[in-house]
Ligand binder design. Sequence first.
Ligand code: GDP
Length: 544
Amino acid sequence: AKIRIYKVAEQLGMPTHEVMDILKALGSDVKNHMSSIDEEYIELLQEEREYRKKEEEKNRKRKERTIQLKESPHLKDIARLLDMHWEDIVIKLADWNVIFDSKKPLPPLVVERLAREKNWEIIWEDSLREKTIEALQGGLGIRPPIVTVLGHVDHGKTTLLDAIRRSKVAQSEYGGITQKIGAYQIEVSNKKITFVDTPGHEAFTAMRARGAQVTDIAILVVAADDGVMPQTIEALQHAKAADVSIIVAINKIDKSGANPDRIKQQLSDYGLVPEEWGGDTIFVNISALQKKGINDLLEMILLQAELLELKARHQGYATGTIIESRLDRGKGPVATVIVKEGTLKIGDFFVAGATWGKVRSLFSVNGKKVKEAIPSMPVEIVGFSELPPAGTQYMVIEDEKIARLIANQKQLKEREKSLKGSSAQITSLEELLSPEEGKKRELNIILKADFQGSLDAIEKVLSQIGSEEVSIKVLSKGVGNINEADVVLAAASNGIVIGFDVKLPSEVSKNAKREGVDVRLYRIIYDVIDDLQNAIKGMATPKQ
Ligand code: GDP
């Protein structure tokens, strides 16, 4: 049967023009509300009507939850738009390690994340997002490389650091240095290099475990008479895990029995292939004791730094990393910071972990008073409320009240954690089971075994049990019992330690517990496979 359009509209509670609209879209040639159509169309019209209603509703809701930005957003604007306290936003920024400067706009990603947390969507007008980023990036400049010296015990790390320092720091100034303050800076061919003065990969990785990666280039020292030793390999693996470039210094070439080629050969097996053999690793022969080859080494560091194109923001408030801290009788708590970004000035308020303060005075590492410190420069700060541990992130905060607030909150959090008896990160197989969205997950493994043979066998098996969603990555492997270095590496890289037929000394075990690192001991290779396969399955499929 036929029915007139105005009747249909009445029946469905739709405006006639909409009914006609839909019918026309179907290809029918309706003229006006008096035209008639087949009754069969009614069901379809109804469906279409409902669908359109839902879409409209969705659109309306979407519009309600969007904020249109026409100008680069500043803290107080965003606070008002999102109905938040600006102090809370500043505290969040510190949590995310983002510098807050009231003269500058908030970084776009920060704005978007804040909005998302409150269920709002940000829409940037035209190229505003890019413009805002540009406004924030002003003053990006070259910065000196930061270098750490790693290697086996007694291979000459300390002697090398000393030789470099003595050769480049004027004797008169050198005499004035009474305290070891964790870092120094030298100048070669008008270019600066910063050295972290605490050699060894344990210290290096322990800092990384706290989230501090200060090093750009690692010098791997190998004594030419002794060759590649277990700790050489360990150091190399730690440097690789941290993704820093490595320069090999073959030391003690003055000694009889020195054999640089053997070292090149040995290290090539670990992926450090010298340039003359077609690789891209720089090797330099030196004698730290006789101060030979030091200049070559320094030139190579500068060359490498140039390749790395190291840059940092020079203007604005500073961020940095605590390298060392000590209680000075006259000055009170002091700490050495290597500035990462910005310019650190006297009078700045700051937070460093759970401590805060105001920069009362700044000293260069040669003990001279300075007014400010720029990126990569190590500087001693006087003005802490308490001693911050090495590896803590340091950050200038515009407002004293906020600095204190942030430090207090951190203190509360730390206290809560210590009450619960666990440290910052818990890395257990079980915890790794809860997957993040949409990303191939990696299970980082530190592998120890009793023999090279078992090590190779297990590694081979491990390489076969990764899945499409999860890959297994052996960060370091070695023969021998599980040690401190293994635990700090696991903590720093969110990994687990697997020991095959080796021991876990009780001291190391305690440390692992404190750091929340999962250490698993096995005697049967099938148990390793079973456990890891289960872990991978768990990582791949979301637990409901
Ligand atoms: P570290 O444990 O790696 O810091 O090694 P050290 O710097 O303490 O050096 C260990 C020993 O090797 C010391 O007795 C140094 O004097 C010696 N040594 C360091 N460099 C050289 C070198 O180039 N030639 C020689 N013959 N001995 C060196």
